[in-house]
Design a protein around this ligand. Structure first.
Ligand code: APR
Length: 262
């Protein structure tokens, strides 16, 4: 049911009643579900909560620039050190996804986040698609060797500003999908299949401006799923959602799961 023909309803009560009969819910998460864990998002503006893209220029961190320019890599390792120092833990938004799975009503979590917090919260890996990869692994762009990011960050802290692969000397990068890099086909296929099979799609903590990921809520609605958007700020998909809740992910998502489990 698309919001186009019924008008978009607002508030957690409307979202819960529209999802009351949904049995295969996809939760699609963005950086806004991890800010309560201390990880900045990307596009929030101003104040202490300014997103990362207010301090780093994402265009400079493109895949092509990363491979070509050691200064770009040094900047990226500085950002990785900053993020790994946060020691982030899952928050109630991540735990709400696990509770929805325990209710047997979660078709899966499709996350744009690379922080690993959905896995830390105990979500079954079979129910998790990390469409932008993971920042927990460092991968060699030449030989494909994969090691924990913590090991590479420890090398940076020990004085290697751009640590090369220990096996072949190639360029190391987080196993994330950067601008200019494609989402691995098998990952994208899983995300699309999960989206096509759902009867409810809840987008949480995302500005919904980065494609192709941001096309998934639209795809779900086009297939007849109930679309709910939960976000601190309005998103481009609000007008087509069946229900919109503007507010905090850490209270709205657990509140929604509470209502669904009542
Ligand atoms: N509760 C609800 N919403 C929040 C919260 C919160 N606690 N904190 C932040 N938000 C909202 C912000 O208002 C913003 O609209 O979450 C949204 C996060 O949007 P972005 O910072 O753009 O993050 P995201 O949508 O995940 O970005 C998508 O862009 O740069 C790429 O690869 C990166 O995966 C990322 C992609």
């Amino acid at each position: 049911m698309s919001g186009m023909d019924t008008g978009t309803l607002h508030g957690p009560g409307a979202a819960a009643s529209l999802l009351a009969s949904a049995r295969r819910i996809v939760v699609f998460t963005g950086a806004g579900v991890s800010t309560d864990s201390g990880i900045p998002d990307f596009r929030s503006t101003g104040g202490r909560d300014g997103g990362l893209w207010t301090r780093y220029d994402p265009r400079k961190l493109s895949f092509g620039r990363y491979k070509a320019d050691p200064d770009v890599r040094r900047q990226a390792w500085k950002l990785r050190r900053e993020l790994s120092a946060i020691q982030a833990r899952p928050n109630p938004a991540h735990l709400a996804c696990v509770r929805l799975a325990e209710l047997g009503r979660l078709a899966g979590v499709i996350t744009q986040n690379v922080d690993g917090l959905h896995g830390d919260a105990g979500l079954d890996p079979e129910l998790l698609v990390e469409v932008h990869g993971t920042g927990r692994i460092a991968v060699c762009l030449a030989c494909g060797d994969r090691r924990p990011m913590a090991e590479a960050v420890a090398r940076v802290e020990a004085g290697e500003p751009d640590p090369p692969c220990l096996l072949c000397g190639g360029i190391l990068k987080a196993a994330t999908v950067s601008f200019g890099q494609g989402i691995p086909p098998e990952v994208w296929a899983r995300a699309q299949a999960m989206t096509d099979a759902c009867d409810g799609f809840v987008a949480v903590g995302s500005s919904l401006v980065v494609h192709p990921a941001a096309g998934l809520p639209r795809r779900a609605a086009a297939k007849g799923a109930t679309l709910v958007v939960i976000n601190r700020e309005p998103t481009p998909l609000d007008p087509m959602a069946d229900a919109v809740c503007h507010g905090e992910a850490g209270s709205l998502l657990p509140g929604l799961v509470d209502s669904l489990s009542a």
